[in-house]
Design a protein around this ligand. Sequence first.
Ligand SMILES: [Zn+2]
Length: 585
Amino acid sequence: MAGMIPRQFIDDLLARADIVELIDSRVPLKKAGKNYQACCPFHTEKSPSFSVSQDKQFYHCFGCGEHGNAISFLMEFDRLEFPDAVEELASHYSMEVPREQSNRSPAQQKQDQKAYIQKQDDYELMAQISRFFQQQLKVASDKDTAIDYLKGRGLSGEIVKRFGIGYISDAWDGMMKVFGRNSQINQQLVDLGMAIQGDKNKPYDRFRGRIQFPIRDKRGRVIGFGGRVLGDGTPKYLNSPETRIYHKGQELYGLYEAKQATKQLTRLVVVEGYMDVVALAQHGVDYAVASLGTATTPEQLQTLFRTVKEVICCYDGDRAGRDAAWRAMDNALPMIQDGYSLKFVFLPDGEDPDSLIREQGQAAFESILDNATPLSQFLFDHLLSQLNMSSAEGKGAAVDAFKPYLAKLPESNLKDAIVTQLANKFGANNEMQLKKLQQNFTQSTDNKPVAKRTKTTPVRLAIALLLEHPHIVEVLPDPAILQQLNMPGIPLLNQLLALCKQNSKVNSAQLIEHFRGEDAGKQLTKLMCLEHHVEPENAESVFLDLIENFLNVFIERRTEQLLEKERNGGLNKTEKQELHGLLSA
Ligand SMILES: [Zn+2]
């Protein structure tokens, strides 16, 4: 990781950002009173309990308890790491993210900084190469072969452009001639998988005589390529190897383009190859992605279900296709909550999505998708095909066969339905069998916990009010007033008071950001959602009353303490003065 992002920058960024605009671009919001609301993107629900406050620059779900500021939202919703979420948010406001020295050793910092600069440089180089490949489609001496191929596949210039498709002629140094300027860049090209280290230290092009499909990450940066050979060469498809910027198990080809094409995606189709994705888009199905390997990984499935609620996996109907589908299903089971669905399409022998849509068109293809096999049916077909359900042994074996899969599925209507369906297969005594099965399959899941109500105590209330209305610090004569007070929660309140005093325009989101990753941060976000029923216009006076009470408690306790000490042996001069002061207060 690069150097730390300066606190001041994050403060400025959060001051500039508008959480309503940000969330609305991903989850359409409706105005509801002072706040905005929507059905929660983090759990399944029919009526909206997800609320976004413009004043607080904060979101909170009363159903599942998810909450946070604009940065947290990007981390959760776009599945970004903290620095990437900051970068993403900053890019909306054309702000450059600065980096500062961290508390790592100077040598480590230097290394961090170097790695960061290296990556930025990698993205830039990959972008340049991608532009070069695209340009080759216009200027290469054998460009007609490539163009004929693309035309033959029915692709329009518009689609070729949207996907950034390019070409590289069949030569050992087509790319190296342009980019391999010195040994440092040569090494970078090898590191990025664009060149292969040959003998005598002379790297040569990895991709030769191929149509080039750039693989973009969630933010649209080119991180690798897939190359489709022209002619009969092997392999037919050649992909970038894993590199420091390309991790194929985490990426989905076409996801960036699908998100660009449709603002509100409702479903995604997972297909095998680049050509399938592009061909589907050409025919109006612009919501297809390709997993960049044989199996769809848990990370990819997570990304898919973060983006849409309906995922349809398209596989060959042969044995390999069914095995791949089974693995995808197994990986997806823990993510299938109510409202989410995973379905399967098995294509006829010899067909792929590309050939199918070219022959039959968009409507026919989409009707295949509409009739995809639901997960439950796939599960039953697969597990029961080998069992004889009319024998006692078969029934016993069925329970054992289902157990591991049902155990992975969260408690949901789907799970209930599967258990009921399974019980029905047992014939008589359904009721009893059903009960037994349910007991068998009930598990303690780590589903989203239902938001717990936080008990309101005076200190918690004071913190909550200050978080919501940071400006009330200004009515306090001396924010350091509570420093001596020894009560749970007071140190945190003091920290907040100090932060508010430093910057009277600070907002709730900025305050919370100061405590990211700390236990205090978790407490604060909980308190942010405290239902206290104090109207905004009364916040100031209620807050002052609370502070006064804290001080009174302190005075009482301290007075008692000093009086007791006097009885037991006497006070020194300062203590005496303090006692007199307290008694006359
Ligand atoms: Zn929720």
